[in-house]
Design a protein around this ligand. Sequence first.
Ligand code: MN
Ligand code: MN
Length: 456
Amino acid sequence: MYNKNIYKDISSAKKKEIEKFANDYEDFLSIAKTERLAVEEIERLAKKSGFREFKKGDSVKFGDKLYFINKGKNIILYVIGFSDITEGLRILGAHIDSPRLDLKQNPLYEKKEFALFDTHYYGGIKKYQYVTTPLAIHGVVVKKDGTKIKVDIGEDPKDPVIGIPDLLIHLSADQLQKTAAKAIEGEDLDLIVGSIPLEKEDKEAVKKNILKFLKKKYDFDEEDFSSGELEVVPAGRARDFGLDSSMIASYGHDDRVCAYTSLRAMLDLEGTPKYSVCGLFVDKEEIGSYGCTGAESVFFENTVLELLHSQGKDSIYNLRKTLENTCMLSSDVNAAIDPIYASASDENNGARFNYGIVFEKYTGARGKSGASDANAEYFAKIRRVMDENDIHYQTGELGAVDKGGGGTIAHISAKYNMEVIDAGVAVLNMHSPMEIVSKADVYETYLAYKAFAKNL
Ligand code: MN
Ligand code: MN
């Protein structure tokens, strides 16, 4: 099933399954627009499928379905297999953060009788893609007494949206001489959020009116922004794309497409697997995986220790043995060959839409620098499992040599000496406000993750 177009020989039953899965995925994308919202939605779906939150002192036995949540931004699921835990795990590891704009700690200001929010972009974006497009805001403001206020504005069709202005074409003669990197500067990614002045106010009356609105609706004051995490993302639902509706257009496919398919692979796993299966959903990948909710955190290691502890086996020896015996798919997206910019990819080695899950041996840039570069022996085993389960798969790389590059969380897990390879869905327009994936690839990736979890 290597390098074959899924639609070349497809049953009508499978077409229906693809469509059903795509609808579920679009619902997930439309709710899980930030890492915090993704954790909430993953927890909700896991609970519905019989998972329970691990509590210290729990005894853990085969067949158990458990989860751990780290500070609301990182969630880890386990299905305990019938082999001893120290024989190793089968990990599906995806990230649930996506590129976006974050409000600064002191964001609100007034200029020319407009109220604006100042932002600092998060992750790699082409800044010009974020102007003149409707944006929503999600996140929390935490007050000194610990009260956590949830903010969600811009998704409900009845909600207002916010956005960043761009200079009208009529007056853009100077701007259009600049390079694309400089046409919109980072400090100019500020959002217009209001224009009505507060009555009987002379100074910063529009800003004061916005503060009054925030106080009334959310009960917080200007200085409470300083302990807030407010994230600005493209507004609106995920939608079918293409006249044949074969694709999905949405913000956040990188990497919620691999998070959702990994999650569903775990939720839909039939019977008790041989090896314990772990779904690792991490934050901060787009800014280097640092931070206590990112892949570099020892939180994951601590959850493995908790499982071993619950069985009276929590020695450092058993922890290292478990991790070394583990096999992982670093579930992350790959760059699809773009028909208009095909020369950015190598035709024989780039990923194609509708050819199934993409296995990426190496990432990195300038001579694979920064890649963990998976082992041939490991990928050979995975190929066998894919073929035995009739799963369409292909290999890919992040662009032609020296065109750029990128990274994933694979190298972080590899330091435990576990086998790991990147595997996920091919994406067009990666990191843009409207990323595109193929519905057939999404479904095939789900099947591939399930086969890996049960059969490798
Ligand atoms: Mn990614
Ligand atoms: Mn990314």
